[in-house]
Design a protein around this ligand. Structure first.
Ligand code: KIV
Length: 293
């Protein structure tokens, strides 16, 4: 059980050191995605530890089926909006497909853009052994790196769909090796996505760095959710998600009421209208008074 209350933890900026200490003290870590200033500020003030500007913006903001079309320019832009809304949470910029796979030099350049232009305090990239060198080089550029293994959405075509990873013995060994490689390369934390809960528990136990789970069971050091899923802003909610609000239904209801009010000429009412400045009646000037006499 955490000894840090949400309000006391809000007084300080979360850093990679805070997160390492949290793991040592077995205090859980919360992370949510955000893509704009308004929601970033709400989550930050609510005491969320990390805000991820995820490439999931391709799905939930841009309406694509995968995250693959998202560009580095787009993540930089959204990171800038989010960073402006955060005083407490650590802001993590997600490295989109194509921004780190070609070479480690490319990866460092992309990470630097997320920090320099976007205002991110850390970056995240997907993969294990194959991206270990990129993680090492980015970390050497003094940029904290978060890894991401298991179901890695940018590998959707290799995986043959968004499939849970690590169910067979072979897959399990591969996910374990990937997680170890990410830590070895110098990552400060790692996302474990879409894997059996006992595999996530084993990784969490083996690694010194915090694990942040999504669809990976309750034994991770922290949990992350995509904001549109947990707030009920999508048509469909994955089974591993707990929906904490139904903002989609609330927004639809509000929009319907607005349209009805406009049709019935109930909006705007008097209290929504500006009034003209009333000028005091002019007193006749001295010349006018003299003429009149
Ligand atoms: O892009 C994203 O939102 C993510 C989370 C699902 C971890 O990578």
């Amino acid at each position: 059980m955490s000894t840090i209350s949400v309000s006391s933890s809000r007084e300080h900026r979360v850093t990679v050191r805070t997160l390492a200490a949290r793991k040592r003290r077995a205090e859980r870590i919360s992370m949510l995605t955000a893509y704009d200033f308004s929601f970033a500020r709400i989550f930050d003030q609510a005491g969320i530890d990390l805000i991820l500007v995820g490439d999931s913006l391709g799905n939930v903001v841009q309406g694509h089926d995968t995250t693959l079309p998202v560009t580095l320019d787009e993540v930089v832009y959204h990171t800038r909006l989010v960073a402006r809304g955060c005083r407490h949470a650590l802001v993590v910029g997600d490295m989109p497909f194509g921004s780190y796979q070609v070479s480690s030099e490319d990866a460092v350049r992309s990470a630097i853009r997320l920090v320099k232009e976007g205002g991110a305090q850390a970056v995240k990239l997907e993969g294990g052994l194959v991206v270990a060198d990129a993680i090492l080089r980015i970390a050497r550029a003094e940029i904290p790196v978060m890894g991401h293994v298991g179901l890695t959405p940018q590998a959707v075509h290799r995986m043959g769909g968004f499939r849970v990873q690590g169910r067979t013995a072979d897959e399990r060994a591969r996910v374990l090796a990937d997680a170890a490689a990410v830590q070895q390369a110098g990552a400060f934390a790692i996302v474990l996505e879409g894997m059996p809960a006992d595999l996530a528990a084993e990784i969490t136990d083996r690694l010194e760095i915090p694990t942040i789970g999504i669809g990976a069971g309750p034994h991770c050091d922290g949990q992350v959710l995509v904001m549109h899923d947990m707030l009920g802003l999508n048509d469909w909610t994955p089974s591993f998600v707990k929906q904490y609000a139904d903002l989609g239904a609330a927004a639809a209801k509000a929009a319907r009421s607005f349209a009805e009010d406009v049709a019935a000429q109930k909006f705007p009412a008097e209290e929504h209208c500006y009034t003209a400045v009333r000028e005091a009646p002019r007193r006749p000037g001295r010349q006018a008074e003299r003429k009149a006499r």
